[in-house]
Write a protein that binds this ligand. Structure first.
Ligand code: IMP
Length: 183
């Protein structure tokens, strides 16, 4: 089966492609930017985007929306991760957390699938912590400051194969693929 992933982020597509290959699902890339609503809820953001795209895209497709949730900052930046990354960036986050002992954080990924004319949501979480410095050249966004619990190095220090084994996105995409195999 062929499934379109609508994203303008090539890193997200590379992660998804690797997971699809494992299950013999051909994930194709539609490099399209779309409007994201500003909302307190990840699932509402994903649903809004899906609703807008379903009129424009032929066949089955999915989108994905992610965010970083930091415990000591009461969940900030959460659904505002994109804006925060483009304004204060990784350095700004590290400064907000200077001298902070509780560095617990998680990434949340919401995959929204349009399949057989219906909408389905799948959520994946990856728990970890915020590093004390920016490290690593791989990946994108907050990768160089996020250390997944399973490792003691940042996502930015892992190559895409390693990240795609444990990322929030891979957990959500795996759930979607399991659903597709059963339906
Ligand atoms: P969005 O899902 O593209 O809206 O992502 C929101 C923000 O979180 C952007 O600044 C992304 O760069 C960042 N982000 C999303 N997923 C990841 C990830 O897997 N690693 C690092 N940063 C991410």
């Amino acid at each position: 089966m062929v499934l379109k992933f609508i994203t303008s982020n090539i890193h997200k597509y590379e992660e998804a492609l690797l997971i699809g290959e494992k299950y013999e699902i051909n994930i194709s890339h539609e490099n399209l930017e779309y409007i994201e609503s500003q909302n307190d809820s990840f699932s509402e953001i994903a649903r809004f985007s899906l609703d807008n795209l379903k009129e424009k895209i032929q066949g089955d497709f999915f989108i994905e929306d992610a965010g970083l949730v930091i415990e000591c900052l009461n969940g900030f930046p959460g659904p505002y991760s994109s804006f925060v990354y483009s304004t204060i960036g990784n350095q700004g986050i590290l400064e907000l957390m200077r001298n902070e002992k509780n560095r617990n954080a998680k990434f949340i990924s919401t995959v929204a699938l349009f399949y057989k004319n219906k909408e389905f949501l799948f959520v994946g979480e990856c728990h970890g912590s915020i590093a004390s410095e920016i490290k690593g050249e791989h990946g994108f966004g907050y990768d160089p400051i996020f250390i997944p619990s399973e490792k003691n190095i940042s996502f930015g220090q892992l190559d895409v194969d390693e990240k795609s084994l444990l990322s929030h996105r891979s957990i959500a995409i795996n759930k979607m693929i399991k659903f597709l195999k059963e339906n």
